[in-house]
Design a protein around this ligand. Sequence first.
Ligand code: ADP
Length: 409
Amino acid sequence: MKVFVLNCGSSSLKYQLINMKNEKVIAKGLVEKIGENISYLNYKTEANNEIEIEEKISDHNQAIEMVLEILQNKEYGVLENMDEINIVGHRVVHGGEKFSGSVLIDEEVIKALKENIKLAPLHNPANIMGIEVSRKLMPNTPDVGIFDTAFHQSMPKKSYLYAVPYKWYEENGVRRYGFHGTSHKYVSERGAKLLGRDYKDLKIISCHLGNGASITAIEAGKVIDTSMGLTPLDGLVMGTRSGDLDTGIIPYIMKERNMNIEEIDQALNKESGVLGISGVSNDFRDIGEAAEAGNKRAKLALDIFCRRVKKYIGSYAALLGRVDLLIFTAGIGENAINVRKKITSNMDCFGIEIDNNKNNCRGKEIKISSDNSKVDVYVIPTNEELVIAREAKNVVEDHVKNIIKELIG
Ligand code: ADP
């Protein structure tokens, strides 16, 4: 069985074709700058064939069509024909309260997704576009939606409600939803396997530190709390997002700087975070280099980022009452040695101590806690595409089983 995983952003798409027999990636790549004068398509196969195309790609329809053609190319393709794709798994950012698990997509689901656009105006329209194009180009292939918010639907009400007028929740859907759910689910389940313990017995804190960053407390496989909220703007300091903020700043600065809603939204989402503080970059590699070269604001940005993660770990430890496993994942969590070191320093009161030699590594699955540490600390590279492919396969298999059950009676 082959699953095609699609992750559509507003001007980009990432894709992977996964063979579910051995869970190996047959081909993968991305298309960037869709709709601009020059777009980039990248394609790489398991057999190390690689293609880069630079030309105008007008829309997602054309982008997906090109990827499907390349996958079937006589010379460097990996498919005889499109029917070899058994399922398409789509990453969908916001499932709202309606979707607490992955779903087989039909007209009803698309309608519900469209209703959720107001909750994720930056992400859901592109996800829906990917689904619609896929249904058009592969009408006989089932599509499954896998939601970033789904894992967090296990959160209790006392965690997901904001202290605002209750009718904002009832009438407008204002609550914490949380994001990066597929990643938190994957690394926490993987962590339990690595410890050789039952997932249901564990209390876990999972730090997904990428350009977008979030942290989740998990108990017995359920989310107890997570740092992102109604939108991905909440919680940790990120590449370009502010994270937690005194909301009083918003009306104050709007008046002071004569800004409108769109401008403040843009500033908090795209011009804040470590970019806003450092003035250097949103990329931790650039900020790290600048800090080492003596740039004070770059160093400050790193300090503020790490301090926020530390605060969350402390507060989640208090909520959980005990921590068995602390996980670092995503671009920064997997690669930024100094960031992991800074976050975990002086945390012996929580039983957290890392071994600096073990921590001196990038991008691998490894235990980095010291022998004295009460909490196991691991780096676990995330694999959201694999979770999407597995979920998509399970949803379709369950659907087929149900049909057979109904037929047999
Ligand atoms: P997203 O999926 O949210 O775009 P990623 O998980 O891909 O983010 O993480 C991207 C970030 O990871 C980069 O912006 C960069 O800050 C950080 N990163 C990647 N490699 C390294 C590295 N070797 N050292 C430090 N930071 C890194």
